[in-house]
Ligand binder design. Structure first.
Ligand code: MG
Length: 453
């Protein structure tokens, strides 16, 4: 039996094992107790078959505390986040396990802004849940349940309002999208119709039976790569199951890597609205090059969407995102949004009259390595301390302790940190060439092996 993971990012577990209707109801009770009677929560889900079961249980818990619920049904994570803010709710809940396989589902809690809970909010939630400290309403105090089916259309409208739809539509792009039968199935065709595109939509049925593992990485999207070639498309897009992450395929059917989503999308946004960009400490330095070309600076925050959003708000950033295919435009919403990524990439193509591969070639190329290893509790701190002493003496080294350790060296960087959501240690490095990056990863891996045997 797996254990329910309760982290700053929310709750995640296996259906039929740890993530039961009882557990889901308890988290509804918990969130409702924290918000208090008379408050309003927006609830939506991705397309997983376990979504309705969890939604029923969560709604039960929320309503029993006297909290009113607006049920959005199936919608993407960015659409649910936007609805939370637009409907002036006191909180939101997204039922999704994002890019994880169908066996999993999860519960993500939102602030009224539509962004995830901060560290304090997550700690409060966990404390009330662990203590089973729920406050139940009496028969007259039960919450009201209403439904709202406007989330998808409002999301598409917000994206279209942020960009030059007419300029994109005149280009009549041919676009292939793989929505992995997830939450992007409904909203993405609506957006591409507005953008005047010819759409070839694969895995477009919102039944949640994923045609392949729903993480938009190269090994999962061979069908998309082939469809781009077969249809002589201008670009291909792969979404994850809740449609917040996006990967891009160039016009030759080549996967260009998830790190390019932020770099290319930011290039479009910064050309229209100059200003600083927020990202995390382990996102490719391509964003530094793109920002520098636009005369903008980059603010780096610890890993985690909530941290990046905090930095965005604190520094008045005009764009943000994370390296795993997540683009955030505060003009649309405070969450990663694959529709933002799609619109910005098409806008960049329209503005420049370049192909996707030409846009890729216009950004300096780096080699990035991301590795992970199982890591017992407490071991990460020891690895970080040893790595710090080993790397601090390298010529030109700059250390950043905000999230594990990141060491910038002339022309390269390496980071080592514990995952927020899993008992693993991540080692990530980037350099202009493979031998430099591999040597950095090998050095830190060897240090980690002295602690984790
Ligand atoms: Mg996701």
């Amino acid at each position: 039996m797996d254990r329910l993971m309760v982290t700053v990012s929310g709750v995640r577990g296996t259906i039929g094992q740890s993530l039961t209707p009882l557990a889901a109801c308890q988290f509804g009770l918990t969130f409702g107790t924290i918000l208090g009677r008379g408050k309003t929560v927006v609830v939506g889900a991705d397309t997983r078959p376990s979504g309705p079961m969890l939604r029923g249980a969560i709604l039960s818990g929320l309503l029993a505390t006297g909290v009113n619920v607006v049920d959005l049904g199936v919608a993407s994570t960015p659409a649910i986040a936007l609805a939370t803010r637009r409907l002036r709710a006191d909180g939101g809940i997204i039922i999704t396990a994002s890019h994880n396989p169908i066996e999993y589902n999860g519960i993500k809690f939102l602030q009224p802004t539509g962004t995830g809970l901060d560290a304090q909010g997550a700690a409060d939630l966990k404390a009330v849940w662990e203590a089973s400290g729920w406050t139940l309403a009496d028969s007259l105090g039960q919450g009201r349940l209403t439904s709202d089916d406007t989330a998808a259309a409002a999301h598409v409208e917000a994206v279209c309002n942020a960009y030059d739809v007419a300029a994109i539509a005149t280009k009549r792009f041919t676009v292939v999208v793989d929505s992995v039968n997830g939450a992007g199935c409904g909203e993405t065709p609506m957006l591409l119709q507005r953008l005047g595109c010819r759409l070839i939509h694969i895995n477009s049925q919102p039944h949640g039976l994923f045609a392949h593992p729903p993480e938009p990485v190269e090994e999962n999207i061979s069908e998309l790569l082939q469809a781009v070639r077969d249809n002589h498309a201008d670009v291909g897009f792969a979404q994850d199951a809740d449609a917040d992450r996006l990967a891009i395929v160039d016009e030759t059917g080549r996967f260009i890597g998830e790190e390019y989503t932020l770099a290319l999308a930011a290039g479009y946004a910064l050309a229209r609205r100059p200003g600083p960009v927020a990202t995390n400490l382990v996102t490719s330095r391509m964003i530094d090059d793109v920002a520098a070309a636009a005369g903008a600076r980059v603010v780096r925050a610890p890993t985690g969407e909530a941290n990046v959003i905090s930095a965005l708000l604190a520094h008045g950033c005009v764009f943000a995102g994370e390296g795993g295919g997540g683009a955030i435009d505060p003009a649309v919403g405070l969450t990663r949004d694959s529709l933002v990524g799609i619109a910005c990439l098409l806008g960049r193509l329209a503005d420049t009259d370049a192909s996707v591969s030409q846009l890729v070639d216009s950004i300096p190329r780096y080699v990035m390595r991301k590795t992970k290893m199982p890591c017992p509790l407490g071991a990460a701190e020891k690895v970080v301390a040893l790595a710090r002493s080993a790397l601090a003496c390298r010529p030109g080294a700059t250390l950043n302790d905000a999230d594990g350790l990141r060491v910038d060296l002339p022309g390269a960087w390496v980071a080592v940190r514990a995952s927020n959501t899993e008992p693993i240690l991540r080692i990530i490095a980037e350099a202009p060439d493979a031998s430099t990056v591999d040597a950095l990863v090998a050095q830190v891996t060897a240090i980690a092996r002295t602690v984790i045997r």
